[in-house]
Design a protein around this ligand. Structure first.
Ligand code: NAD
Length: 281
């Protein structure tokens, strides 16, 4: 039997509508500032998506486009200036930064209450402690997609492939916080197939096209493919969709799965940040 396809686009659309309704009820406008340094075309595209998404739900956004030659102290001044502005509730520093700029220092200069990417050491530490305040967008979207299938976490075996600080580790922690039994796999895991085949929930975020095939999936599992690989101009995931859909119970497509949810989760984080700041948190 073929798996149900998890429609990330539709779930993201529902999420945006919910956010739009909540924004309309506020007595103030939530504000997001995106800082881009240099002219990387992919970054320019992502930033314009973020601004368009904000516009759709009624969130104010502004772009701070700094030249490639920006120094670390100029970048930090920009971030601190945004930290000080009460009408800006969320700040994003678009990565990657040009060579010579320290992204770790830049990200950690963001006021943690405005860290809508959830990437400051403080917010990641909160996640480790089991306090979910502002959580990274892709992991948050991944949890929403899993929940959309009716799958629960408590006592379930969850396997995450990929241990990056932006995706794999936070996804694993979010599932652990929800009482799943989590295994975190990476490039040095000796037998990936054996681990993956145990999973009721399998999240793949390695950036390796076709890494996971149908034979590595437990029948009926929920499979979330975070991977994005550009193959001959087309987006492909880390999961071999054709073989995987014959075994999985639910599976995300690429494109149209995790990507749209990541975008929607940034809006949700901005709304959460705005409400927290308005409440004086
Ligand atoms: P990364 O390169 O920082 O981390 C990749 C991880 O995968 C590493 O921990 C590595 O150990 C593991 N890995 C690599 N090869 C492996 C192998 N053969 N077997 C097992 N593990 C292996 O990447 P990232 O930032 O975590 O992103 C992962 C993928 O997700 C990329 O394709 C990226 O483009 C995609 N991504 C998608 C979204 C989205 O919105 N859809 C968001 C972020 C990242």
């Amino acid at each position: 039997m073929s798996a149900s396809i998890i429609d990330g686009k539709a779930i993201a659309q529902e999420t945006r509508e919910r956010i739009k309704a909540q924004v309309a009820e506020l007595t103030f406008l939530p504000g997001l500032a995106v800082v881009q340094v240099g002219d990387d075309p992919a970054s320019t595209r992502y930033v314009s998506h973020k601004q368009k998404d904000c516009e759709q739900v009624g969130i104010y956004s502004e772009k701070h486009h700094l030249p490639e030659t920006t120094s670390q102290s100029e970048l930090l001044d920009t971030i601190r200036g945004l930290n000080a502005r009460s009408e800006i509730h969320g700040i994003i520093v678009q990565l990657p930064l040009p060579n010579g700029l320290d992204s770790h220092v830049a990200i950690n200069a963001i006021d943690i209450r405005k860290d809508v990417d959830g990437c400051t050491t403080a917010n990641l530490g909160e996640l480790v402690s089991g306090n979910e305040r502002l959580v990274p967008c892709t992991p948050r979207g991944t949890i929403t997609l899993i929940q959309s299938t009716g799958m629960t976490f408590e006592g379930k075996k969850a396997v995450v492939i990929g241990r990056s600080i932006l995706v794999g580790k936070p996804v694993a922690l979010l599932m652990l916080n929800r009482h799943a039994v989590v295994t975190l796999c990476h490039s040095r895991t000796p037998d990936l197939g054996a681990e993956a085949r145990e999973a009721d929930i399998l999240v793949v975020a390695a950036g390796r096209r076709g890494l996971v095939t149908g034979g590595m999936i437990k029948p009926g599992a929920v499979v979330i493919d975070v991977g994005i690989n550009v193959v001959e101009g087309k987006l492909k995931g880390d999961v071999d969709f054709e073989s995987a859909k014959e075994v999985a119970g639910h599976i995300t497509p690429v494109p149209g799965g995790v990507g749209p949810m990541t975008r929607a989760m940034l809006l949700e984080n901005t709304l959460i940040a705005a409400k927290m700041q308005a409440a004086g948190d």
